[in-house]
Design a protein around this ligand. Sequence first.
Ligand code: ISE
Length: 341
Amino acid sequence: MSNELRIAVLGVGMMGADHVARIQSRIAGARVTVINDYVIERAEELAATIDGCRVVIDPIDAIADPEVDAVLLATPGPTHEKQLLACLEHAKPVLCEKPLTTDAATSLEVVKAEAALGKTLIQVGFMRRFDAEYVELKGLIDSGDLGRPLVGHCVHRNPSVPSHFDSAMVVKDSLVHEVDVTRFLLDEEITSVQIIKPLPSSKAPEGLQDPQIAVFSTESGRHVDTEVFVTTGVAYEVRTEVVAELGSAIIGLDVGLVRKSKPGTWGGAITPSFKERFGQAYDVQIQRWVDAVVRGAESGNYVDGPGAWDGYAAAAVCEAGVSSLETGERVQVAMVDRSSI
Ligand code: ISE
């Protein structure tokens, strides 16, 4: 490995391009040496702005490239399985934006392939685990000061989503974060999911079930509900409240600076999207991943954060969620026992 970690970024749409900018400007000890995207001009345009960076047209060649020490996957979900297996085959540590893969069966294949290697190479981009407010909430829960958590209430609102977003994507692309937050905060698996379908917003595209209410139950019998509403037209709002035996705690109130001024107004700025709300979390996530990859050669653990198992668990819960969306029934989550891997 050269002095700086040489990263290939695969997929430079909104998130991938954001990560390239982050690595080049705010992350220590790493640089982008290879860019790949199915829109070749987009890849070339971005690569031209970075010294020593080139485009590799085939994603598998980009992974195998000798000038690549680690891979950041921000490609569309359906391509992840093949690309993750290639990372494992070439022993390249990889940070994979969610989803790990698009269904539980292929996610499990990835989990097994990594386990067979005897090295931990896959980290999944559930960035909320690196957000200061989530970290503080987790610390409070783990301290025991709130007592035993019983219930969670979450809100996940986006001002808008791309036009290809359908009702299942509300579950797999948006609600998936609450799936991970629930597992992260409560340290247990989700065992069943029910999706309730309120009156859809007249502002949502025809056929999109928006908002949705999801109710998770966990192994120990706790309940976490989430309102997901992805076409509010207002702001990016993510709140999580945990209600426990000795009190409750809430994050995401998004109050920041509140101003009072003439002519008789008060208030602050709204958060437009997840890039602003979780910008720092993405920075911390990528820096800690880079540091873990650099340390990994000694320990065989190239990950500092959620791994392939967390991606598999999220895929299994979302699969149950999509099935509940269709039937309206509570659906059990089908997952293998971790000890069987
Ligand atoms: C998007 O893909 C994300 O991952 C955001 O964090 C989430 O809030 C949004 O709803 C998704 O569409």
